[in-house]
Design a protein around this ligand. Structure first.
Ligand SMILES: O=C(NC/C=C/[C@H]1O[C@@H](Sc2ccncc2)[C@H](O)[C@@H]1O)c1cc([N+](=O)[O-])cc(O)c1O
Ligand SMILES: [Mg+2]
Length: 214
């Protein structure tokens, strides 16, 4: 059985990246996906918006939905202060070992916990099973039709506090219209749109930041 694209991305990282150097892992993935095989990593352009938002949030506990190959988990985790942690939810069992290996090569395994499952099943477990009080930062990059219901679920589970920062990828392409409708019409969120481009493509995209006001 020939290898998956995600396995080929791991091969490239394993062969080319400097062990323990997150930047070199990110550069390797961006080079591979920019030159050989497109993949749905947030990428180097939108990655800068992600970096800036993580720095603004300076989270102690961060959540990501949609681990995929671990690219954004590395972007987030490399900026976390000591003792801060990232929980990343992924349901596709094929991606999980690949993401774990890529995060390990980046030297960030201590900071990242990949949780296998669907966001709607895991979110209600975060407080008791994963000892989360509230989330300081949330990156939404999973199924676009889950952005709105999962945001509502985070509220209902008491996981957001005054100042929690949400950042959503792909607001323009593929698009998350229900999420935009929900978040921008809800006075409890202060929203900011960041027009940008789709990873590795000259296609317009945008990211949306939403600060929960409690
Ligand atoms: O479809 C996109 N993303 C969906 C991402 C899905 C990721 O999250 C889980 S689904 C899940 C994880 C957790 N809980 C429930 C479901 C999948 O296994 C994948 O790892 C996408 C598509 C494009 N594009 O150009 O087509 C560009 C992007 O940046 C994208 O993010
Ligand atoms: Mg995305």
């Amino acid at each position: 059985m020939d290898q998956s694209k995600e396995q080929r991305i791991l091969n490239s990282v394993s062969y080319n990246a400097v062990k323990g150097d997150p930047e070199s892992v990110l550069n390797c993935i961006d080079k591979y996906c920019g030159q050989y095989e497109w993949a749905m990593n947030v990428g180097d352009e939108k990655g800068i918006i992600l970096d800036k938002t993580v720095e603004e949030a300076d989270p102690t506990v961060a959540l990501e939905m949609g681990t995929y190959c671990g690219y954004s988990a590395i972007r987030i985790a490399r900026l976390l202060k000591p003792n801060a942690r990232l929980l990343s939810i992924e349901f596709n069992p094929e991606f999980i070992p690949i993401a774990k290996e890529i995060i390990e090569i980046a030297g960030l395994s201590e900071k990242v916990t990949i949780i296998e499952g669907h966001s709607q099943d895991i979110i209600p477990q975060l407080k008791k099973k994963y000892e989360v009080e509230t989330l300081d930062f949330v990156f939404l990059d999973h199924w676009k039709e889950r952005y709105a219901p999962d945001t509502i679920l985070l509220e209902e589970c008491g996981l957001l506090r005054k100042g929690s920062i949400l950042l959503a990828d792909n607001i323009v392409y593929p698009g998350a219209p229900e999420f935009i409708k929900y978040i921008r019409s809800n006075s409890r969120y202060e929203c900011t749109s960041y027009p940008t481009f789709l990873e590795y493509m000259k296609v317009e995209d945008a990211m949306e930041k939403a600060v929960y006001m409690g």
